[in-house]
Write a protein that binds this ligand. Structure first.
Ligand code: B12
Length: 255
């Protein structure tokens, strides 16, 4: 059998992917809401995880997150291009492949704590199983090389092949608490079952439309010029988030 792991790494590097990992789908801890790989690709055996590092300079830029948005969009393209190329390579070898979106579209659920967005697959859980990183206090995947400053994506495949999974130090996230402190809306608490208060994070993060209160949100929408200009930019440019503090302040992997 071809050395799939090696060939996949080579394809990923050509698409500017920084870290590649592999895991058996049965070793992925279920996410919540549960969505096992079998649901998405019947017969799935292996998951390939891709991490695309972000520019630390873009995240650190004192003028906010505009540059970071662009860099993240490019990271999503890098991941999707790599996943599509690896998928085609595996299908040429007669194994089916599927890559769940690394970003939107997501599903929305009504829950008692408020609306919750959930992707159809947890790239974070897959990346943890593949030894790409560990879960940090910031609720994010923290890698030794880039800390949480990565976008991640996965490809499911029916192929089974040999690979190695690296061992990561369990204290990679030292629990320094900088992310918890830095969160502008205090949405992080690693001592709760769900580290992240999603509605709090989401309402802050997709500002300027949504705000902390209904009233403030309405005021934003009623500023007509502001509303149309912002809506236009969001639609044309995919400009939709305005906070990445929990990624920015993490000391792990900082240059
Ligand atoms: C919806 C979404 C959001 C929502 C909700 C976040 C959430 N779910 O935690 C909002 C808008 C709030 C958000 C915010 C952010 N997001 Co976001 N988001 C997503 C998205 C699209 C889906 C997440 C999801 O629901 N997955 C499905 C569920 C099943 O899995 P999960 O949440 O990953 O896994 C957790 C749960 O399953 C839970 N869990 C596991 N078992 C159990 C069992 C029980 C009983 C319970 C209750 C829970 C539970 O623990 C898991 C790990 O935290 C993912 C992409 C993706 N598809 O994964 C990006 C993603 C998680 N976001 C990302 C980023 C970067 C951000 C932000 C920094 C904003 C920004 N600037 O982009 C913030 C960070 C917030 C934070 N500190 O967690 C990155 C994270 C990269 C990394 N290094 O980890 C991802 C992976 C996108 C990507 N492809 O790179 N996000």
């Amino acid at each position: 059998m071809a050395n799939f792991a090696e060939a996949i790494r080579e394809i990923a590097v050509l698409h500017d992917i920084d870290l590649v990992g592999f895991a058996r789908v049965d070793d992925i801890q279920w996410g919540y809401p549960p969505r096992p790989a079998e649901d998405l690709l019947p017969g799935a055996k292996t998951v390939v995880v891709f991490a695309a590092a972000l520019l630390q300079g873009s995240l650190d830029c004192p003028r906010g997150t505009k540059g970071a948005i662009k860099d993240s969009q490019v990271a999503y393209d890098r991941i999707q291009n790599a996943a599509a190329a690896v998928g085609r390579y595996l299908e040429r070898n007669n194994y089916l492949s599927y890559f769940p979106p690394a970003s939107m579209p997501t599903d929305a659920y009504k829950q008692k704590e408020g609306d919750r967005f959930a992707g159809e697959f947890s790239h974070r859980q897959a990346a943890i199983a593949a030894g790409v990183g560990v879960k940090g206090w910031n609720n994010l995947l923290v890698t030794p090389e880039y800390g949480p400053r990565v976008r991640i994506g996965s490809l499911l495949t029916t192929a089974e092949f040999d690979f190695e999974i690296r061992e990561l130090p369990p204290d990679l996230c030292t629990g320094c608490g900088r992310c918890v402190e830095a969160c502008p809306v205090k949405a992080l608490d690693p001592h709760r079952e769900l580290y992240l208060d999603q509605p709090k994070c989401k309402n802050h993060y997709i500002r300027p439309f949504l705000d902390h209160t209904m009233w403030q949100t309405l005021k934003n929408v009623l500023k007509v010029d502001f509303f149309f200009f912002t809506a236009l930019q969001m639609l044309l440019e995919g400009y939709y988030f305005s906070c990445a503090e929990c990624q920015r302040v993490c000391p792990v992997g900082k240059k």
